[in-house]
Design a protein around this ligand. Structure first.
Ligand SMILES: [Zn+2]
Length: 411
């Protein structure tokens, strides 16, 4: 993530870009605010604020919206973000469907497209990604700020957002950013899907007021995105948050990574459905048996119904998933002491009983004072959390907007 420039080495241009981003972040968060109030909140001089605002007005990103209340003297002119000055495209390549949307600058969805992947991998998955983006680019009704891509795999953000390894798409060393920049002639930012989900939750989720947040995304795969002290954590080899491949039992199922007993084989949305299917096939009385035999759809919704109905085989599967997630979360709590832990993905459909089971595991396996202050919740953002977070990358990388609850932005 970008930082305020070091005073000694900062070029004038860096300082200016930083000031513009800071002022825009203040306006973004305040909704409507005067130049004087921006100066008070940023500590920047009125001249610097005036220059930044002039720049933002000139680019159309900000607009004047009449006058506020007077503090004595002439009432000040208020500024706000022009949400349609640019639009954002965010896409999510992690699920069985490739999904994406056009958003305004506040993350309001303006247009959405989903395409079933139907098992496409490799070059075919890339072609389908182009189809998805073609449709979204065509549908956009405002100039585009860029393309935000949330993809499974290890993403080398330093070397041009190269996708090192995305096992379910069968992508190895794909220069995704270069390919997309060349095709669309727009800025492109590629980020791991779980890290994108963390960005979505941090920007647009409910009430994360500390600078620390962990978002666990359980869908086809399982991973975590971590915001630590106000920064998205990538790790030395871009694998921060790859908790899906922590091995919890050497005798477990073979994971697609090649190891046995990975958390992903127990607690990903796909694993819960697969294990429920196996459990139903082994149980002659199971209500899911017809679905498991292939006569009806066996998806997370069917698993949810069986779970709520108290079906024994499915309860065991869901209990194992809750135990695995609880153990992983307790490890994260002990390591990071992040207060807000948010779970997203189809597993959230399993409801409060499942959430409570996870919380019990976290409490049982964490230091008591840490567990007491930990908040494990389901995300309030629906299935577009990753696409939304990929779009939020553009707000941050292209405009310097970042939620202001960070210590460095304190008034
Ligand atoms: Zn694995």
């Amino acid at each position: 993530m970008s930082q305020p420039p070091n005073d000694g080495k900062a070029t004038q241009q860096q300082t200016k870009a930083h000031n513009d981003g800071l002022v825009l972040s203040i306006i973004y968060e305040a909704e409507e605010i005067s130049r004087a109030a921006i100066a008070r909140r940023t500590g920047l001089s009125r001249t610097s604020v005036g220059e930044a605002v002039a720049e933002l007005l000139g680019r159309g990103l900000v607009e004047e919206v009449g006058r506020g209340r007077s503090r004595g003297g002439k009432p000040p002119i208020l500024l706000r973000v022009n949400v349609d000055a640019r639009h954002l495209i965010g896409i999510d390549l992690s699920g069985e469907e490739l999904r994406g949307a056009v958003y305004d600058l506040r993350g309001e969805m303006r247009h959405t497209v989903s395409l079933p992947r139907d098992g496409r991998r490799g070059a075919q998955a890339l072609e389908l990604t182009y189809v998805l983006l073609d449709r979204l680019v065509t549908a956009a009704e405002a100039p585009l700020l860029g393309l935000g891509i949330g993809t499974p795999g290890l993403i080398d953000v330093q070397r041009g957002s190269q996708v090192h390894w995305a096992v379910n798409l069968d992508w190895l060393d794909i220069p995704l950013r270069d390919l997309l920049e060349r095709r669309y002639r727009l800025p492109v930012h590629v980020v791991n899907d779980s890290q994108a989900a963390a960005m979505g939750e941090y920007f647009f989720g409910s009430g994360h007021h500390s600078g620390n947040l962990v978002v666990i995304k359980s869908e086809e795969g399982l991973g975590a995105g971590i915001v630590l002290e106000g920064r998205l954590l990538h790790g030395d080899h871009f694998g921060a948050g790859e908790i899906g491949h922590l091995v919890f039992g050497d005798d477990g199922r073979v994971c697609r990574c090649g190891n046995r007993g990975c958390l992903e084989t127990i607690a990903s949305g796909a694993a819960i459905v697969q294990r429920s299917r196996a459990a139903a096939l082994a149980d002659a009385d199971s209500a899911l048996r017809a679905a498991a035999m292939g006569d009806l759809a066996l998806d997370m919704e069917a698993v949810r119904r069986a779970y709520v109905a108290g079906e024994e085989a499915v309860r065991g599967v869901v209990h194992d998933a809750a135990r695995g997630l609880g153990l992983a979360i307790a490890t994260l709590v002990g390591t990071l002491n992040a207060r807000d832990i948010v779970i997203s993905g189809p597993v959230t459909r399993l409801g409060d009983t499942f959430l409570d089971a996870i919380r019990q595991q976290v409490h049982a396996r964490s230091l008591a004072p840490l567990a007491r202050d930990t908040c494990v919740e389901f995300s309030s953002l629906a299935s577009d959390i990753t696409a939304l977070g990929a779009a939020a990358m553009l707000l941050h990388q292209e405009l310097g907007i970042w939620p202001l609850r960070l210590p460095r932005h304190a008034d």
